[in-house]
Design a binder for this molecule. Structure first.
Ligand code: NAD
Length: 792
């Protein structure tokens, strides 16, 4: 393990990036001192104090739990520079100006703690030039650390060393970023805009170029460059609006100024229409108008013909959609290229020019092709990077097509493809590594020890999947062991997070096998979600058939499954990532321990479809409250139920694993892991450690004290107010009363002692009763059809 510890960090600059980077350090429980210029009036740390207020309101939320704000102290360069000496890591994130950064470095350098790491978040300034702002002796602990916006959510961080940077310092920083902050690191070369922005912004320029050349509308180009080709919904122009059109222009100008020798240099210009938008203050989302503008409910888009906003919503042509549906990527690209439809021509052209650009520049901008592909996935949200897309479509064929288009003058620049493209290879990625044009060799993955914690890292095309052996499977699950982890098998679902009957039976079987042959069990899915909840489609079918007896049997079996998980003779650990909703949350509540990626959204959301948790969820929460009751003054259960009642009745979902803990849906003993790729490693370790410490399932008391009808009455008071205030409908009220009844153990005296089975029977009966209600049925049907909740 790394011996580098960040006891305290400083962030310089409380702007968009600085404040959010500080927030993410705080998420990781690292005390942070956040600096900015002294305010002219009032508190000298006023700029930072205002930035901290802003963090609470920003969407998507930079803080994973509001209480983490407390880890950030506000500071200014006039009063607090000496405190820099307390910090092991200092990240500079002030405005993108070389002279300002150099001035600040000179002021800060004398106060840095010996051995501290000092890093700059510049988007594209030369790191070597910036290093010159530091005394010689401090340059070996300096590098670039390029976060993407928003830093909590964007996986990518580029690390950029200079010739003077200590290699072991970079290793320490990469380890810290990966495990402590959950980021995915690419080491970049010190070239303008580094890797992801260099390629990503070129890709945007290529889209702009071909949009204009083919006379497409902006929304038409967005329809073609979003999910249809494996890119984010915001596609190209909407992304520009989100980033800010002024920022976009700034980045293009940086490319123009810094890349005079680039063969594509003629294209590094801000188009006249973009200049015009900026000149009239239409900067995108932050000014409510940019390339798009919201008019009431309608979204309008700028038309270049009329220079006004017109209705948006243009779609890809059906014949092009047909081509994109083709399974074989080689055929898909060949058909796009051959088609005369402007949409097809557009798509072929933007792919071709990006492939061309990446091939020509690979040697200059990145160590190897894997770094380019992963940077585009992690930094721009592309499903596949440019090189793997090219390779999947047939390396030689695409290479020949590009060469033909270059010769015919159809490409954006005339630069020839580098020789290695046509050296007979079938791609740039293979089991032996990924092509490095600068070293003319294939480079394997990093061997930094922190990557041993990622048993199944994000792979590029052509890389081998790590070995695993299947022990048993049915249609819903696979029980398997990872290489070197034979003592704790893993159960993974095949149902994309739907808890079908096969999944329920599969878990019961897996527990039996783990008890027989192993020392623990982990439930984990290679891809998020962990679970969306029970199989509502199956439920609807049974409702349509009027078979409520079968429905009750399914619920009873689900309860049996969660009890099996809870009382397993070996620890059952769940590894969570993405959604853990409904039944997925209930499995979690019954597990020996949960290991959750920070970005896990946990919730008992049954009320949203007019139901209540009945897989033991209400029972387990009632039981936990009963365990806490002896700690209250009057031995009362209800005070420990009040918060969970609102959480369940309102179907609230934790906005992070830390927030889920605040809601009482994860326990203090559950582990939060920042990198989603490390969840399985930690879960296997936790199962082993629990087994090693002599695991025994914790028995419920034979008599569980419940809040009873007094508790239900308390909940009812809250509900009546909400009903009268128009916040909830009559059916919401009915569902919430059922939640209250299940959590309070039914309509019996407060303080009555009941068994676990009693609680299970109460929640199951209420569940089946609700299923018979038309409004609940309408909610389920609506949610299945639209993916959205119905308020009725
Ligand atoms: P910003 O304008 O939101 O914040 C800049 C901060 O710098 C402000 O708080 C300001 O008070 C402070 N500042 C201005 N002049 C200063 C000076 N002379 N000395 C000290 N502090 C000064 O900018 P931002 O978007 O947060 O960008 C900060 C850095 O991060 C830049 O280097 C930028 O290129 C980089 N970056 C930005 C993004 C992004 O999407 N915004 C993404 C990655 C990296």
């Amino acid at each position: 393990m790394s011996k580098f510890h960040v006891r305290r960090a400083a962030v310089l600059g409380a702007g968009v990036m600085g404040a959010q980077i500080a927030a993410h350090l705080a998420n990781a429980d690292i005390p942070v001192i956040l600096f900015d210029l002294p305010a002219r009036e009032g508190d000298k740390s006023g700029i930072v104090l205002r930035a901290l207020e802003g963090l609470k309101k920003l969407e998507p939320a930079p803080l994973a739990a509001n209480e983490r704000l407390d880890r950030i102290e506000a500071a200014n360069y006039d009063e607090h520079l000496a405190r820099m000496g307390e910090c092991d890591l200092v990240i500079e994130a002030i405005a993108e100006r070389m002279d300002w950064k150099l001035d600040l470095f000179a002021r800060v350098a004398p106060h840095l703690k010996p051995g501290a790491i000092f890093a700059t978040n510049t988007s594209g300034l030369s790191i070597a030039r910036l290093a010159e702002g530091l005394p010689q002796a401090q340059r070996d602990r300096f590098c670039g650390i390029h976060f993407f916006n928003p830093p909590r959510y964007m996986a990518l961080v580029e690390l950029i060393p200079t010739a003077a940077t200590q290699p072991e310092m970079l290793d320490d920083l990469e380890t810290f970023l990966t495990t402590a902050l959950g980021k995915s690191v690419v080491r970049a070369l010190d070239t303008p805009n580094f890797v992801a922005n260099r390629i990503g912004v070129f890709s945007i320029l290529a889209v702009m170029h071909h949009t204009a050349r083919l006379g497409l509308a902006f929304d038409e180009a967005d329809a073609l460059t979003g999910p249809l080709i494996g890119r984010p919904r915001s596609a190209t122009y909407r992304t520009a609006d989100v980033v800010g059109l002024d920022t976009m222009a700034h980045v293009i100008n940086t490319m123009r100024d810094a890349l005079a020798d680039d063969p594509w240099h003629a294209h590094f210009t801000v188009p006249a229409w973009l200049e015009a938008l900026i000149a009239r203050g239409a900067l995108g989302q932050k000014t409510r108008a940019g390339i798009y503008r919201k008019d009431g409910k309608a979204i309008k888009v700028l038309s270049l013909e009329t220079s006004d906003y017109i209705d948006s919503g243009r779609e890809a042509a059906p014949e092009v959609l047909e081509i994109l549906k083709l399974k074989n990527p080689a055929e898909r690209f060949a058909r796009l290229r051959a088609s005369e439809h402007p949409h097809a021509q557009f798509l072929w052209s933007i792919f071709r020019d990006v492939f061309h650009y990446c091939a020509v520049h690979l040697g200059a901008v990145a160590d190897n092709a894997r770094d380019v592909d992963l940077a585009m996935r992690w930094g721009f949200g592309w499903q596949a990077g440019p090189f793997e897309t090219w390779q999947a479509a047939g390396w030689q064929g695409i290479g020949a097509a590009i060469a033909e288009d270059i010769a015919a003058g159809r490409t954006m620049a005339a630069a020839p493809l580098p020789g290695w493209v046509g050296d007979g290879r079938s791609g740039v990625h293979g089991p032996q590594g990924s092509w490095s044009a600068r070293e003319a060799t294939d480079k394997p993955r990093s061997t930094l020890p922190c990557y041993r914690r990622q048993l199944f890292p994000d792979r590029v095309l052509g890389e081998l999947e790590p070995a695993s052996a299947t022990l048993w499977e049915n249609d819903g699950v696979r029980l398997w062991v990872a290489e070197g982890h034979g003592d704790v098998p893993v159960l993974s679902m095949k149902t994309r997070g739907v808890l079908t009957q096969d999944v329920v039976e599969g878990i019961i079987e897996a527990v039996a096998r783990a008890e027989r042959d192993h020392r623990g069990l982990v439930i984990w899915n290679p891809q998020p979600p962990f679970a969306y909840g029970a199989d509502l489609k199956g439920v609807l079918k049974l409702i349509a058939a009027g078979d409520f007896a079968a429905l009750e049997r399914f619920v009873a079996r689900f309860q049996h499954m969660t009890q099996t998980v809870k009382y397993a003779q070996v620890p059952v650990v769940v590894g969570l990532n993405g959604m853990a909703l409904g039944g997925g949350c209930e499995i979690t509540l019954h597990s020996a321990r949960a290991v959750a990626a920070l970005e896990t959204y946990v919730g008992l959301v049954e009320a949203g479809v007019g139901l209540i948790p009945a897989g033991g969820g209400c029972k387990e929460l009632a039981l936990r409250a009963a365990r806490l009751a002896p700690h209250s003054a009057n031995n009362e259960v209800f005070p420990f139920l009040q918060n969970v009642f609102s959480t369940v009745a309102m179907a609230s979902v934790g906005k992070s694993a830390l927030h889920a803990r605040e809601l009482g849906l994860l326990r203090d003993s559950d582990v939060v892991v920042f990198h989603p790729g490390e969840v399985l490693h930690v879960a296997l370790g936790q199962a082993g450690a629990l087994a090693e410490s002599g695991w025994r399932p914790r028995q419920a008391p034979r008599g569980i004290a419940v809040a009873g009808r007094a508790g239900i009455a308390n909940c009812e008071m809250m509900l009546v107010n909400m009903r009268e205030g128009g916040q909830i409908s009559e059916h919401d009220h009915r569902v919430a009363r059922a939640v209250a009844t299940a959590l309070c153990g039914g309509d019996i005296d407060a303080g009555s002692l009941v068994s676990e089975q009693w609680l299970l029977d109460v929640e199951r009966a209420l569940f089946v009763e609700l299923l018979k209600q038309e409004k609940t049925q309408a909610r389920i049907e609506h949610t299945m059809r639209t993916g959205k909740p119905l308020r009725n």
